[in-house]
Design a binder for this molecule. Structure first.
Ligand code: ZN
Length: 241
C-alpha cells in the first residue's frame, strides 16, 4: 500500500476519534442537566408535601381548640347542675350538656380523621425525602463521574492532537487538502477500502479496469460514484482503520 495512504488512514482514524469525543462532550452536559431537572421536580414535590402537612396540622389544632372550648363549657354546665333551683332549669342544663357532648363527640371524630390524614401525609413526606436524598446521591456521583470523564476526554484530545501533529509532515499537502475537502462535504469515512470491487462507503461497484489499477496500488484512486479516496481492501490487513 501507498505510504501516503497509510498516514492518511491514521489521520482519518484520529479524526474519527475527535468526532466521537466531540459528540460525547456535547451529550454529557445535557444528561447532567436532565438529571438536575428531575432532582428539582422531586424537591418541589417534597416541599409541596411538607406544606400540605403543615396545613393538615393547623386544621387539627383548630379542631383541638374547639374541643377544649367545648370541654370547658361542659365543665361549667355540670357545675351549674348543682345550683339549679327548678326542675325546668335542671332539664334545660341537662339538654345543654347533651348537646355539648354530641358536639365534643363530633370534634373528637374530626381530630381522629385529621390525625389519620397527617399520618398518611407524614409517610408520603418520608418516602419523598428518602427518594430525593437517593436521587441527590445519584446525581452527585454521576456528576463526579462525568467531570472525571470530561478530564479524560480532554487528555485524549491532547494526545490525539500530538499524534496528528506528528503525522501531518508525512502527508502530501495536496492529498491532505483533498482529504479535508471531502471531510467537509461527506458523512462517514472519506478514505475507504474497496472490497471485491465494491466501494465500502457508497456500496457501488468500481469499473474492472480501475479495480485492477487499485490492486496494483501504484496510484491514488477516487471512487467514481462518491469521490472518496479508495484503496484495495482485500488482504490489506488495515481494513479496521
Ligand atoms: Zn464510493
Amino acid at each position: 500500500m501507498d505510504e501516503r495512504l497509510k498516514s492518511l488512514l491514521m489521520i482519518q482514524s484520529i479524526d474519527t476519534q475527535f468526532g466521537n469525543i466531540r459528540r460525547e462532550k456535547e451529550h454529557t452536559p445535557k444528561e447532567i442537566e436532565r438529571l438536575g431537572e428531575g432532582l428539582d421536580l422531586l424537591k418541589n414535590a417534597m416541599e409541596q408535601d411538607l406544606s400540605t402537612l403543615e396545613e393538615l396540622k393547623i386544621e387539627r389544632r383548630k379542631v383541638e381548640r374547639e374541643l377544649e372550648e367545648i370541654d370547658l363549657k361542659l365543665k361549667k354546665s355540670r357545675l351549674r347542675l348543682n345550683d339549679v333551683k327548678t326542675n325546668r332549669e335542671y332539664q334545660a342544663v341537662l339538654k345543654e350538656i347533651e348537646e355539648l357532648k354530641e358536639l365534643a363527640f363530633q370534634r373528637e371524630e374530626a381530630v381522629i380523621k385529621w390525625m389519620e390524614e397527617i399520618e398518611t401525609q407524614e409517610k408520603e413526606c418520608a418516602d419523598n425525602t428518602a427518594r430525593w436524598e437517593e436521587s441527590q446521591e445519584e446525581y452527585k456521583s454521576k456528576e463526579k463521574h462525568f467531570s472525571q470523564r470530561m478530564r479524560e476526554l480532554d487528555r485524549e484530545v491532547e494526545s490525539l492532537n500530538e499524534k496528528r501533529a506528528r503525522l501531518s509532515p508525512d502527508i502530501d499537502e495536496d492529498l491532505l487538502r483533498r482529504y479535508n475537502g471531502l471531510r467537509m462535504h461527506l458523512r462517514g469515512r472519506v478514505v475507504v477500502p474497496v472490497i471485491d470491487g465494491v466501494c465500502q462507503e457508497c456500496h457501488l461497484g468500481i469499473p474492472p479496469q480501475q479495480y485492477n489499477e487499485l490492486i496494483k496500488g501504484d496510484s491514488l484512486q477516487s471512487c467514481p460514484h462518491c469521490s472518496r479516496i479508495i484503496y484495495w481492501g482485500n488482504d490489506s490487513g488495515i481494513e479496521g482503520l
